[in-house]
Design a protein around this ligand. Structure first.
Ligand SMILES: [Zn+2]
Length: 450
């Protein structure tokens, strides 16, 4: 009973967000509408220092460690491209680690509802956790848990999912968002409707389907302020659904992300501390590099000006930069100081070292269904209660001890579950097996007829 109740409670919570995003095409993104929308004044008080967001990437593999959703080389390409989109907005990233999570179901049959379970495996309080899976059950490109959020998933099937889902994590809504009211094409209401950003033109769901290449060819209109207004949607914005045409975040979106970080404690705790992001500054005090950070040090002249303490190790890269390994502590001597250059996600330098890794083999059971049969043993019939993590059609099959199918019924399970009454007075007394088969797997129960 307990198992059933827990799953049902989870399903009800998930069902609400699933309901709200019902109009979204499956080819898009599974991020739900935000629980509440942060609204900012036009002016912002952003730091001159870059916002260096720490990220931890989890690559899903199958149970046996095969079929990694993404290679390190492809991941590097994706992260470098993502960083290039954020850099003009004074936001950059530090990759604090990459691990593997081995779970065939999550890797090859991921559902947006799985992200809560995934996040229980190896969560980080100091980084946004990004989960990369190979195939998505619902066909979406990924999802953030909320807007903003500290966790998101991306499907390996699109190279643009990183920048889009991380945009949600940092507070951005879809350009076509209208759950708080549609933005008018003339811009009125832009700060409190639509995506809450004023320099992204009004958009509508499905605009990407009215296109020739990256050009909008539709003639969609909306009645706004007593007039009929025509849309001219953004076709290159990363928070639109014009995935193949992504070219930028707008300035307003950059400000919204910085404002969101400023206003959100759990995002601030995921920034690289300021004493580790000094850029092009001469430093005359000791600097300790955190256990999960690396910083490149340049202009080491003359040789011997830097004393490395304790377990420090340096790696010479391209005869110009020394990358200090995690845990390093350095003390400049004399008056020359050290010129620190932030990692490649901020300044565009290519970091040639391997990812910091924390490989782990992690297998976790995913609860996809719950079936409860009563009474059991039974005399003439049973009541079967079913809940599915992904509501939809399912089949109930009853087998006898020899494996012969004696009865089969198709059922439709909604977000609140389904109850099916099976009348079985004609069966001989004995042992039977009831199998619930659904899109993502099956579950069986042993029944006894008296
Ligand atoms: Zn999205």
């Amino acid at each position: 009973m307990k198992k059933w109740m827990i799953l049902l409670a989870g399903l009800m919570a998930f069902g609400q967000s699933a309901l709200l995003q019902a109009q979204q095409p499956h080819t898009g993104c599974g991020t739900p509408h935000p629980k509440q929308v942060l609204q900012f004044a036009a002016t912002e008080n952003s730091s001159a220092n870059p916002y260096v967001v720490q990220i931890f990437v989890h690559i899903l593999r199958n149970d046996d460690g095969s079929n990694a959703a993404m290679s390190d080389a492809t991941l590097r390409t994706n992260l470098d491209r993502m960083a290039a989109f954020y850099r003009p907005h004074n936001i950059c990233f530090t990759v604090v680690g990459r691990d593997f999570i081995d779970n065939t179901e999550w890797n090859t049959n991921y559902s947006t509802a799985d992200i809560g379970d995934l996040h229980a495996v190896n969560p980080h309080a100091d980084a946004i956790d990004i989960y990369v899976h190979r195939n998505d059950f619902e066909g979406s490109g990924g999802n953030a848990y909320d807007i903003p959020s500290s966790k998101c998933s991306v499907s390996a099937n699109s190279s643009f999912n990183f920048e889009h889902e991380v945009g949600h994590c940092l507070g951005l809504l879809h350009t076509f968002e209208d759950f708080m009211g549609a933005e008018c094409p003339d811009g009125s209401g832009c700060g409190s409707d639509g995506d809450f950003v004023c320099d992204t033109p009004a958009d509508f769901a499905g605009s990407q389907n009215m296109s020739s290449g990256c050009t909008y060819t539709g003639s969609q209109t909306i009645n706004c302020n007593g007039s009929t207004q025509s849309y001219n949607p953004p076709t290159n914005n990363i928070m639109s659904y014009w995935a193949g045409c992504y070219a930028q975040f707008s300035g307003g979106q950059g400000a919204r992300m910085r404002n969101t970080i400023d206003a959100t404690g759990f995002l601030q705790s995921r920034l690289t501390p300021q004493d580790r992001i000094i850029s092009n500054t001469t430093l005359n005090a000791e600097i300790a590099i955190g256990a999960q950070n690396s910083i490149q040090v340049g202009n080491l002249a003359p040789a011997g000006d830097v004393a490395m303490n304790g377990n420090a190790r340096g790696i010479l890269i391209a005869a110009q930069y020394v990358q200090l390994v995690p845990g390093t502590s350095i003390t400049p001597t004399g008056t020359n100081g050290i010129l620190l250059t932030i990692n490649q996600m901020c300044d565009g330098l290519f970091l040639t070292s391997e990812f910091p890794t924390a490989d782990r083999r992690q297998t976790e059971a995913v609860q996809l269904s719950a079936m409860q049969v009563s009474p059991n043993p039974f005399t003439s019939g049973v009541q079967v209660q079913i809940a599915l993590a992904n509501p939809g059609p399912a089949t109930l099959m009853l087998f006898d001890l020899t494996g012969k199918l004696v009865q089969e019924s198709n059922v439709q399970v909604d977000t609140y579950g389904h109850t099916e009454q099976l009348e079985l007075p004609h069966l001989d007394p004995g042992i039977y097996f009831l199998r619930l088969r659904h899109a993502r797997g099956s579950e069986s129960a042993r029944l006894v007829k008296l």
